[in-house]
Design a protein around this ligand. Structure first.
Ligand SMILES: [Ca+2]
Ligand SMILES: [Ca+2]
Length: 624
């Protein structure tokens, strides 16, 4: 994320300048670009949005941490040239069009290697050039524009403004979208607003790009709203360019040089609602994930919640942390074996295929249906209309299965088309029972637990949602029977404990506790035994973590307290070894209380928030 943070005194100067200038600003907004530049800096805050990129083009050089020149090479009827893009020292980027020795040159800058973003709000304030034979543009581009298929969802050229029609003396310019390359499969859409005075003075051109549509603005007024191409889902870079070509008229008629003057470029993203995201993450059902991954996930959510309460993190930082925590979850199906589905088990309803450049049109309905079971997420089903469509698996007589988990993957870029898709099952191929419906779908695997894992079924069907195209790239079915013991939490704690021991931070009793846990890990396939061993080890790992933090704090009484706690832990460990009875639990709880009190004491002495934060999440995890 690029964010040009300004220092306090400078900001104060800007505010004072703004107040002084306010009285003159109405009719003199472009009288001096220094004044214009500084007043605008106050406007970059935008309610509900967070700025992710901005350049006010102050200073005496292009900021090359933000921009680079587009490569110098022939571009249509001219050349892109580094010389023709520069800042004017008055707060403007200049994209110039020049003639030198009978050749035409124009400027072009890009954020290709410095800044890319999907979605958001993009705004430029600029004074447009008016001469003939070229056009200037503020546009977003991605290499994905050239990928044929998926319309513009996998990449679209988004032209926020282009000025090719300036030379006609009209007030018309254009917004445009291009996708699927520029040749045979080229798709495009455009709008040609006419705004009196658009080629005089400075104007703002804005684009809101969200998951559903593009909304274009000029001077704050909406000028075009469209979802043409299906709306790009991939990050794009920002470009300011001019290029020579006959679309803009005859360059020989131009008085050159001419210039596009750019006052600023600002890019925002919607400020994420970290609080709502955290609440949603907390609702993820524990039983769907491995114990180990869910334990670490919960710890991380508690840490994030505490960080949120402290109030010194941005919503973006919190939202990213929540997303990372979710990504670390391991679904329980990763411990299971999916049903093996072979080609001959699969049949498909006789629905015509969509005419899609990504699909082999010679596939029979059954071959098409098998694309959902070929272990390749890039192959998918695409019907003209999915209503009443199905793909069926016949497991065969005597091979009926009880199913517990159902997983589906959407076709890339079309996750919403999977919403309301269903999996149903039947013993006789005639009477069908719903096993699950995919209500909300997203990228990657969408998983539902079967509503009936106690009945063995021979026939399973995937039903495309009515009104959709049946787009599904993979279907996986997981039987109820295969149920491996989940040792991921115990493994994770053994790893943590071993690391503490290796780093010399462990309690004296930690090796003993690790040995006990390792024996259970190796020998037991009883889930209760494994979980109990994990809970016990967790407390010793926690105690050892506390020890390492005492050493760091250089707390004078630490060693005495450590010794006392170590003895208590030893007693608790012995009790735990004798069996997981109430007395052992009670002793361990007493140790936890001691750790808690110790932490408070050290915290008071150190007067540092770091210690408290660290301990907050630690204690919550062990006392619950
Ligand atoms: Ca495409
Ligand atoms: Ca596939």
């Amino acid at each position: 994320m690029i964010n040009n943070k300004r220092k306090g005194p400078m900001l104060l100067g800007i505010i004072l300048t703004a107040i002084v200038l306010a009285a003159f600003s109405v009719n003199h907004s472009k009288a001096t670009s220094v004044a214009k530049d500084k007043t605008d800096q106050l406007a970059s805050a935008k309610e509900g949005w967070t700025i992710t990129f901005e350049d006010e083009f102050g200073g005496d050089s292009i900021d090359y941490t933000k921009w680079e020149h587009a490569p110098e090479w022939p571009r249509k009827d001219g050349y892109w040239s580094d010389e023709e893009a520069f800042v004017d020292g008055n707060g403007n980027l200049v994209i110039q069009i020049s003639e030198r020795d009978g050749e035409y040159y124009s400027g072009a800058v890009t954020t290709r290697n410095t800044f890319n973003q999907a979605y958001g709000y993009y705004e430029v304030r600029a004074k447009l050039p008016t001469e003939e034979g070229f056009w200037s543009a503020f546009w977003l581009m991605t290499d994905g524009e050239h990928i044929i298929g998926n319309e513009g969802r996998d990449g679209t050229e988004i032209d926020i403004f282009e000025t090719a029609l300036a030379y006609k003396g009209t007030d018309t310019f254009n917004h445009a979208l291009h996708w699927d390359g520029y040749a045979e499969h080229h798709g495009s859409a455009a709008a040609y607003p006419s705004i009196p005075g658009i080629y005089e003075g400075y104007h703002t051109f804005g684009l809101e790009w969200n998951k559903d549509e593009y909304i274009f603005y000029v001077d704050g007024e909406e000028t075009w709203r469209t979802s043409a191409g299906g709306v790009s889902q991939v990050p794009a870079f920002v470009q300011l360019t001019a290029e020579v070509g006959s679309w803009g008229g005859n360059i020989e008629n131009a008085n050159l040089p001419d210039q596009l003057l750019v006052d600023y470029v600002r890019v925002y993203e919607r400020t994420p609602d970290a609080k709502a995201l955290l609440a949603k993450a907390n609702e993820l059902p524990e039983e769907n994930y491995t114990n180990g991954s869910y334990f670490n996930f919960e710890m991380e959510l508690k840490r994030i919640e505490h960080q949120m309460k402290k109030g010194d993190s941005t919503d973006r930082e919190l939202a990213d942390a929540i997303e990372n925590a979710k990504q670390s979850l391991v679904h329980i199906t990763s411990n299971r074996q999916k049903l093996a589905i072979t080609r001959t088990m699969v049949t498909g309803s006789n629905k015509p295929q969509e005419d899609n450049p990504l699909l082999d049109s010679s596939l029979s309905p059954d071959q098409l249906a098998y694309l959902a079971f070929d272990d390749n997420p890039e192959t998918f089903i695409d019907y003209n209309m999915a209503d009443d469509s199905w793909i069926q698996v016949d497991l065969g007589e005597g091979n009926e299965q009880k199913l517990e988990w159902l997983r589906v993957r959407a076709r890339d870029y079309y996750v919403d088309r999977l919403e309301s898709a269903q999996i149903v099952a039947s013993a006789d191929g005639e009477n069908w029972t719903e096993l699950g419906t995919f209500e909300e779908t997203g990228d990657g695997w969408n998983i539902v637990k079967s509503k009936d894992s106690s009945t063995a079924y021979r026939y399973i069907r995937f039903l495309g949602a009515a009104g959709s195209y049946g787009n599904v790239s993979e279907v996986e079915l997981y039987p109820a029977e295969i149920h491996a013991t989940d040792k991921t939490l115990l493994a994770s704690l053994i790893d943590q404990g071993t690391q503490l021991e290796m780093d010399g931070h462990g309690w004296q009793v930690l090796p003993q506790a690790l040995q006990l846990a390792a024996e259970v890990y190796q020998n037991s396939s009883n889930q209760t035994e494994v979980d109990t061993a994990a809970v016990n080890l967790q407390w010793f790992v926690t105690g050892s973590l506390t020890k390492s933090f005492i050493a760091e704090s250089e707390f004078p009484g630490a060693h005495g307290i450590e010794k006392s706690l170590s003895n208590k832990l030893k007693g608790a460990l012995n009790a735990a070894e004798r069996g997981n009875d109430g007395a052992a639990q009670g002793k361990l709880q007493a140790v936890i209380d001691q750790l808690d009190a110790l932490s408070e004491k050290v915290f008071t002495l150190k007067q540092t928030g770091v210690l408290k934060d660290w301990h907050y999440s630690l204690m919550e995890s062990v006392t619950e």
